[in-house]
Design a protein around this ligand. Structure first.
Ligand code: SAH
Ligand code: SF4
Ligand code: F3S
Length: 473
């Protein structure tokens, strides 16, 4: 049996794609190894979202070039968004690559492997399937047998759409993932059922803009206000699947976010009380130039829908500092929005020009020093907000879904509250996969600390699949 070493960068879609590739490799008699020295194949699943992400790939390829000189039989496959964006150019910079595979062509990995000679002439599959071709894919092709990873993972990712049609002016994703294509609801439900039957407790539905899921499957793209729409209909079906303890989804674009979606959080406690709603900036002019298609007032309205439905709804966001032309006053509007919304977390990034995107050609590119300074102010503000929230959580009892055990200390477990706060708990039991009440005793901006209420040696099971078992909301 051959061995593959998989390295994944970027977003959850890449994590899901790596699992899919691993599943295909398993069908070719490859086993996963964490040990680089025994790997026959290195599979790098790459991210192109910011320049730093791309540099990580290039420096890793440098290390693998040296390794390949010492062990000539080793093969190197580069998949993901850098492969798609750079294409043959990447082969010039890194001729040690044997296989180049875009995120739209994952199913071609076995064919490429069988054609690859491993001696200098790369084989590649790039580009995107047309919608028809995508739908023709064998049913179940997207299903990764859960036992494959060798881990009984509590959270499993399920792709519901590929690609993005939005073309925000800063973003490379539409170029690396192609146009938006939705999977059929039946396929998604079957995959969720399979994962739940194999020990998953939490399902995370994935897409670059999950809120527009299924609009391409409708005859007309227009939904009337207040109508559920295909995404909400899908959520209603997934959330009631037997065995599911929590349903999450990412990423939501505020443009397609609807009031029925907000209401769903109030209707079913398995939806949790947390969602990620990227805004990027708190200033209307910046949002317009970013082509986000919503105003700050419209974004606020969506926050209001959520908090009207669930008053203690936890919300996180993505923010970009130093978008071309961003003035100090415009940046301060972002600080104001962060203070006003009281996010639970923010993911703040310095703007990174991506070749081929509209923003990369805009005047007024901001210096690194100014971006550093803005990023530090933004993160400091959020840190103080998160600390205040952690203090307020002390003494409360939270429902925690336990996700994993510490690798260093087997008596330490980590889970997430309904508000998606990380909680650390010590126990001599087996908590992974269980949803239990936890008394919060302390915490900082990274994690809360707590103790399981009741029996501290709770012997949980990952295989309780009756609905309404230990979930108490
Ligand atoms: N589809 C998601 C975003 C996916 S990319 C959405 O629309 O919300 C994840 C995040 O990376 C974005 O929300 C944005 O904050 C950041 N990002 C994307 N392109 C970037 C760039 N060129 N420079 C800096 N940050 C960027
Ligand atoms: Fe990028 Fe915008 Fe699409 Fe998100 S919605 S992936 S930011 S183009
Ligand atoms: Fe990166 Fe591609 Fe995801 S660019 S963020 S891996 S869609």
């Amino acid at each position: 049996m051959k061995k593959v070493h998989v390295e994944t960068w970027g977003c959850q879609m890449n994590v899901a794609d790596s699992e899919k590739m691993l599943s295909l490799l398993h069908g070719m008699d490859y086993a996963l190894t964490e040990n680089e020295s025994e790997a026959d194949l290195f599979l790098l699943n790459t991210c192109h979202i910011r320049e730093k992400a791309k540099h990580k790939v290039l420096s890793r390829l440098g290390v693998l070039r040296d390794l390949k000189e010492k062990r000539p039989g080793v093969q190197i496959a580069v998949a993901g968004c850098v492969a798609q964006a750079e294409g043959a150019k990447l082969l010039k910079a890194a001729p040690q690559i044997d296989i180049l595979l875009g995120p739209g062509k994952i199913e071609e990995l076995p064919d490429l492997l069988s054609r690859s000679t491993g001696n200098g002439s790369a084989v590649m599959a790039l580009g995107f399937n047309k919608p028809g071709e995508e739908k023709k894919r064998a049913h179940g092709q997207d299903v990764v047998p859960p036992t494959l990873t060798g881990k009984n993972e509590v959270t499993r990712f399920v792709n519901i759409t590929q690609g993005c049609n939005n073309f925000c002016t800063f973003c490379i994703v539409p170029f690396t993932r192609g146009r938006e294509i939705s999977r059929k609801p039946d396929e998604i439900l079957d995959e969720c059922r399979l994962l739940l039957a194999n020990g998953a407790s939490e399902i995370m539905l994935l897409g670059q803009n999950v809120n527009s899921y299924g609009l391409d499957l409708l005859d007309s793209r227009k939904l009337s206000a207040g109508e559920d729409g295909p995404f909400v209909e899908l959520l209603r079906q997934v959330v009631t699947l037997p065995g599911l303890k929590r349903l999450r989804f990412t990423t939501s674009n505020p443009h397609d976010f609807t009031q029925p979606l907000a209401q769903l959080f109030a209707d079913d406690s398995r939806m949790g009380k947390y969602m990620h709603l990227p805004v990027q900036s708190g200033n209307d002019h910046v949002l317009e130039v970013m082509r986000r298609k919503v105003t700050v007032a419209e974004y606020r309205e969506r926050i209001r829908w959520l908090r009207d439905a669930v008053p203690d709804m936890a919300i996180s966001t993505d923010l970009i500092v130093g978008f071309p032309g961003e003035t100090e006053a415009e940046f301060e509007d972002t600080l104001k929005l962060v203070e006003e919304v009281q996010y639970s977390f923010i993911f703040a990034f310095k703007y990174s020009p991506r070749k081929g995107t509209a923003a990369a050609r805009m005047p007024g590119q901001i210096s690194e020093a100014v971006m550093d300074e803005r990023l530090a102010r933004l993160n400091a503000l959020q840190d103080s907000i998160t600390m205040r929230q952690a203090e307020a959580d002390c003494g409360t009892i939270q429902n925690v879904l336990f996700l994993y055990r510490s690798k260093k200390n087997p008596g330490v477990f980590y889970g997430r509250t309904e508000h998606f706060r990380l909680v650390k708990v010590e126990s001599s039991g087996q908590l992974v996969g269980d949803c239990l009440p936890v008394l919060i005793t302390g915490g900082n901006k990274t994690a809360l600390i707590g103790i399981v209420v009741g029996d501290p040696e709770h012997q949980g099971s990952n295989h309780e699949h009756e609905t309404g078992d230990s979930v108490q909301h």
